[in-house]
Every structure is written in C-alpha cells, then in structure tokens.
Design a protein around this ligand. Structure first.
Ligand code: FE
Ligand code: FE
Length: 192
C-alpha cells in the first residue's frame, strides 16, 4: 500500500516550500471535490499530492529526465520545457513513488492541458490545481471556486477559456492538447 505520509515527507524534501504548500492545497481541494462529486477520496488525495512532483527540475534537467523516461518531446515543449512536468510527473509517480494506479498517473499527465473527455479524477485535479486556497492570480477566482462545486464541466470550460485567453494575450505557447480540450468542452457546454 502506498504510504501517504512517506510520500508527503519526500515531497517536502524535494520541492520548494511554496510548491509543497501548493501541493497540499491541491491535495485537500481535490478531496473536497471528490466528496462533492462522489469520487474516490484516496485517489484524489494522492493525485493532488503528486501532481507537481516533477516541478523540482529546471528546464535543462527536465529535458534530460524526460529522455531518461523516453518521453516524446514536442516542439512546444522544447521551447518551454517546464510544460513537461506533467508528463514527467506521471512517470515519476509510478517509478519513484510506486503509484500503481494508472488513473492517478493519467490525472497527473493531463493536469496542465486537460484533454477531451476527461475522467472525473482528471477533472478534479485539473480544477483543484487552479482553485486551491493559495492561488490568487486568476481573474474572478471567487466565482470559479463556487462554480467548481456547482457544475464541474461548466467550470472546466470556463477555466480552459480563461487560460487560453491569457495565453493568447501574453503570447504564450499553446499546447495542441490544451486547444483540443477547450474545443471539446466548449462544444459540450454551448450545446446543452
Ligand atoms: Fe503543475
Ligand atoms: Fe500545480
């Protein structure tokens, strides 16, 4: 059985204090969302804890680590290697933190981009990462936080929209999966 306390103390050693704090926030927020939507609390807690477990690496190390795990690196990821922390984190959860649960690995894998047709756990981690209590950057967070507990898919759509608008405004790199995910939830939410 995975020992959550052991994982927590390892993360605390490896991550910067603010990142570790964020990790705890995501973990507990994910548990709350799982309570609301009938998800598995243990999975939510563990996926939340581990979602940024590869965030300790700087750009160059991120590439080296990904090569070690034979992770395919896209053009966008070469330009901005920090994007790789999601894919790398999913691999590390399995091989370094001994998480055998593929659903958890997948929630880590897609926590930054989302994807079309996300599982409940994937949605929970994606949103928990955006709304956890220490976050304070995004616009109308109060509304988004309330919406997260009222209408999961609509909240996913609103968050993806905000992120894309921000990336477009700031000239950031937009991953293809991010765009596909947004179009999927836009279609779903505007047609109901
Ligand atoms: Fe992250
Ligand atoms: Fe995060």
């Amino acid at each position: 059985m995975t020992d959550i306390f052991e994982i927590r103390s390892q993360l605390q050693k490896r991550l910067k204090p603010h990142r570790y704090e964020h990790t705890l926030g995501v973990s507990y927020t994910a548990v709350c969302l799982a309570m609301r939507y009938g998800g598995n609390l243990k999975q939510a807690e563990l996926a939340g804890l581990l979602h940024d477990c590869a965030r300790q690496y700087k750009a160059g190390e991120m590439i080296t680590q990904c090569e070690k795990y034979k992770i395919e690196i896209s053009e966008a990821e070469h330009q901005n290697p920090l994007l790789l922390h999601a894919k790398l984190g999913a691999e590390m959860a399995v091989s370094e933190y001994h998480v055998g649960d593929q659903e958890i690995a997948s929630a880590i894998r897609y926590h930054t981009t989302g994807r079309p047709g996300m599982t409940l756990l994937e949605k929970i981690i994606y949103l928990a990462d955006y709304i956890e209590p220490r976050r304070d950057q995004a616009p109308n967070l109060d509304d988004i936080r309330r919406l997260a507990f009222q209408d999961l898919d609509n909240c996913i759509y609103q968050v993806m929209k905000q992120i894309l608008e921000y990336l477009e405004r700031s000239g950031g790199i937009i991953d293809d999966t991010t765009k596909q995910a947004y179009l999927y939830y836009k279609e779903k939410e505007t047609n109901r």
